[in-house]
Design a protein around this ligand. Sequence first.
Ligand code: UD1
Ligand code: CA
Length: 479
Amino acid sequence: MSGVMTERPTERLNERPPLVVILAAGKGTRMRSDRPKVLHELAGLSLLGHVLALSEALGCAHPAVVVGPDMAAVEAEALRLLPGASICRQERQAGTADAVRAAERAIMAHDGDVLVLYGDTPLLTAPTCRRMREALGKGAGVVVLGFEPEDPTGYGRLIRDEAGNLLAIREHNDASETERAIGLCNSGVMGFDARTLLSLVAAIGNDNAKGEYYLTDAVAIARERGLVVSTLTCDEAEVLGINDRSELARAEGIWQARARTRAMRAGVSMQAPETVFLSHDTELGRDVTIEPHVVFGPGVTVGDGVRIKAFSHLEGARIAPGATIGPYARLRPGAEIGPDVRIGNFVEVKQATIAAGAKVNHLSYIGDASVGAKANIGAGTITCNYDGFAKHRTEIGAGAFIGSNSALVAPVRIGAGAYVGSGSVISKDVAGDALALTRAPQSERPDWAARFRRRHERAEGATADEADTNGGDEEGERD
Ligand code: UD1
Ligand code: CA
């Protein structure tokens, strides 16, 4: 076997993308969920999605995803995110070595490195995986990624000789007291040479406490065969496996901290980064400022120089350079905010294009709409886009001025440069440069209020009945 190893043209092989095998057949009962564990989300993306993204980052667009029976939703998620993924079904959960065996076909077809990752370990990074590949490139047949957890209980321990060579991995349940005192543990992430992996796995038995086929036994078998076995280490945070919802929250915290740091290093200012929540796909330009308490759902792109003021919630929105959003703004999917646009407090925008320099500054709902350049949408304007059955569009031309508290009943068009008087309910198209008004004309009765008050003052001396009658008289006086 080691002879085969030395024939390896190391440099060339290492340039080839690895095969990533993702183990995801576990049920994840501790999540106490109807959803398979790997479909729970971190930063708006499934745990599996994070591992698939890592696979892609490593150049492997055809990972083997090992799933259990009745995991159609997991299969669908894998294929949705990476159509090239090959789904491998493990009929019975007989252990991690058995899971790798389920990916036999993909491993046989591959020439080069194989990285075995877990679907529930989403924080692993590409640089660490590259270090594993480097070790394989230097001739290792097996590479183990170790770490020193705060509490090693439950993990496999790395058993080494005095020189630090890895001899075996002992699962917690099978370990002696002395072995349990070892702090260095197996993360579960392992690297192999594709040509030796299957024969190693074939030699693994299930004579252990759990009666399972342990992939970790590959280490001792590789040693017996004279293969080089290497160990690398990484931070605990990187190999945090998610078993329950508190671990999911912890992983979210680690992910967010990393993403905020990355954003700030790339030129984004945040006054209170710990209160800003990013999504797996948030794209932020240079000189973007994000004030405290801003939440990004998936699908947000922010251009250079944008300021997002406090307490705003954004998802599925594109914001062009120079725009100002919030405070307390809500951008929903399909919001296209043009350059230098101002979206103010308590404004909700959905499926709407707001062109350059337009202003929607206060208390408005703009949905299924287009707003032309430099239009001014007054406080409290509502696009009435939904009639209970279908959504309809509102089109507002460039430079239009919509007076405060107007309702625009879609489908409707306001021409360029038109004015809509405050408090109007607009249900018919308005021509460009016209003024549209729908409110009743204002009438005024001189001295009415003073007379009204006098009557009430008189009524205070009279009986309650009389006061009521007087009130009725006032109503009668109205028109
Ligand atoms: C495993 C390692 C242990 C390591 C720990 C790190 C083995 C034998 N043990 O233990 O050394 O310290 O991870 O977290 O490998 N899976 C399948 N099919 C199976 C069994 C498991 O797909 O039949 C998948 C699970 O979905 C999971 C991963 O493999 O993603 C690990 O399985 P799990 O049962 O959690 O292994 P541990 O006992 O935690
Ligand atoms: Ca586990």
